[in-house]
Write a protein that binds this ligand. Structure first.
Ligand code: BYC
Length: 466
């Protein structure tokens, strides 16, 4: 590891002067972007952060106080495997690609750029949340997520600079020019243009949208383009904490609401977030995150798989057959105003297969939240809406469905929308609860404290020195 270089790395950057110079040129632009678009109002504060010091599964991170602009943004790839092979598709068994195969250059660049674009986008979406944190513990977790998204941007920019020549350098510059939610230069994927301006949004985002990241990165971690696979494998190590923040964050809001329900059905009077609002936030972020998997029937997905560039979730661990030449997949589509089953070649349905893995993972979290409610003796069940509900990408876009997945008219949808999706009033109410709590050991009334602190520290620890 070259930990104390200007750009810390384990890719022997000092041995490639041209690449090193190019990245050192990008560094000040990145820092300028971070200062402009990173967490507002906390840049000079000491935050108790985790920093990568190694890429080994054990003991890879170090915890200490750091000012965010001094965070060790670096390039860390999982070590190369000897004799790595393409694991699936038409070239399965061939040596893994160490350079970008010419015929897939555009497709690969597009995947890397799409992945890269989400990282700064999420930092931009969350930049003002620190000012309304429910506790110092949560404030620190927000910043941990933010700096690691920044590092993930570095991971992708390394690939763009290192493997895509001039186009890659241009794309890396453009990543610092687009802005979440800006109508003139928006981020690429829609979920990353949605406002994330209260903490319930943040927890839902890290629960549902970061979880898309887990599945996309896992599929890319199987890539036959080895530098991409190794990059994503290490990113996944950090990603687990982001999902923890989301899942336990929503879980703690759910638990607090259940506790307040025992005092009064009118949770608002007690300053809590009613289950109806939590459910609508779940519906909103789950449906936007489903769109991130792309169309149900996708020739891009088939091409990526055929080329050995993007696999299934845990392709090597879970599956024995890696060609998928004759397999088919049956899925409901809309024809002449009705839902009918259609069979498609399996390779074309791989976005939907990945989405299925994701949905099962989300269902597991829902079961856990419902257990918190039941444990408090309250009878209320939260659920995921049907995967056809409120979709903007793929087979179901342009049609309307209720939360059970039944086809309905645009008028019916409009009439019932406020039952299913957050209303302006819901958002205003949630925002009205967002007052900063920054005394160590204290927490806002609308959320339960975590079961434990971070890395053996108590909840009362001063995670951020204000
Ligand atoms: N929005 O064949 P189709 C994360 C376009 S999150 C807008 O159905 P494909 C993170 C598509 O470009 C993970 N456009 O889809 C989380 C295509 O356009 P053309 C991010 C979309 O290509 C939290 C057309 O529709 N990583 O890491 O198979 C915090 C037909 O496309 C969308 C990745 O996404 C959309 N949602 O799949 C921080 C991985 N979906 O060709 C970080 C890289 C589709 O007609 N990306 N389109 O002009 C990919 O692998 C793929 O691009 C997608 C789309 C899965 C996104």
């Amino acid at each position: 590891m070259e930990l104390h270089e200007r750009i810390p790395n384990n890719v022997n950057l000092s041995g490639d002067k041209k690449l090193q110079r190019a990245l050192e040129k990008w560094l000040p632009n990145y820092l300028e972007w971070w200062r402009e678009m990173g967490p507002e109002g906390f840049q000079e504060k000491d935050v108790w952060l985790r920093t990568a010091t190694s890429v080994e599964p054990e003991g890879w991170a170090h915890f200490d106080y750091v000012r965010m602009p001094d965070y060790r943004w670096g390039i860390f790839l999982k070590p190369a495997e000897r004799d790595a092979r393409v694991g699936f598709g038409d070239n399965a068994g061939q040596p893994a690609y160490q350079e970008v195969p010419g015929e897939f250059r555009n497709a690969l660049r597009r995947i890397v750029v799409t992945q890269a674009d989400t990282e700064p986008a999420s930092v931009e979406q969350q930049r003002r949340l620190g000012q309304t944190c429910p506790s110092l513990y949560d404030l620190r977790n927000l910043f941990q997520v933010n700096v690691e998204e920044g590092r993930h941007l570095w991971a992708m920019v390394y690939l763009l600079h290192g493997y895509f020549g001039r186009d890659g350098r241009d794309e890396a510059d453009a990543l610092l020019e687009r802005r979440s939610g800006n109508p003139d230069k928006p981020r690429i994927l829609e979920a990353f243009n949605q406002p994330c301006d209260d903490w319930l949004n943040f927890f839902c985002f890290t629960m549902f949208t970061d979880r898309d990241g887990k599945y996309q990165l896992s599929a890319l971690a199987e890539s036959g383009f080895e530098p991409l696979a190794r990059t994503c494998q290490f990113m996944l190590t950090e990603e687990a904490h982001h999902l923890f923040v989301g899942e336990t964050g929503v879980g703690r809001v759910v638990k607090r609401t259940a506790q307040l329900m025992k005092e009064s059905e009118d949770v608002r009077r007690l300053g809590g977030i009613p289950f109806e609002i939590i459910q609508r936030y779940i519906n909103y972020w789950f449906s936007y995150s489903l769109d991130l998997f792309g169309g149900e029937i996708s020739s891009n997905a088939a091409d990526f798989f055929a080329a050995g560039l993007k696999g299934r979730y845990q392709e090597q661990k879970k599956y024995t057959e890696h060609l998928l030449v004759n397999d088919v997949y049956s899925l409901p589509v809309i024809e002449d105003g009705r839902i009918v089953e259609r069979e498609v070649p399996m390779r074309n349905a791989l976005n939907e297969v990945l989405r299925g893995e994701y949905v099962r993972d989300c269902e597991r979290a829902l079961e856990r939240w419902n257990k918190y409610i039941a444990d408090e003796g309250v009878s209320r069940v939260l659920s995921l809406p049907h995967r056809r509900f409120h979709r903007h990408v793929g087979e179901y876009a342009g049609h309307h469905f209720d939360v059970e997945g039944n086809l309905i008219t645009a008028e019916e949808f409009e009439a019932r929308k406020s039952e299913w999706l957050p209303t302006l009033e819901d958002r205003e109410y949630v925002r009205s609860l967002m007052h900063p709590v920054t005394e160590p050991g204290k927490i806002a009334n609308w959320i339960a404290p975590p079961a434990s602190g971070i890395k053996g520290k108590p909840f009362e620890f001063e995670y951020v020195r204000l």
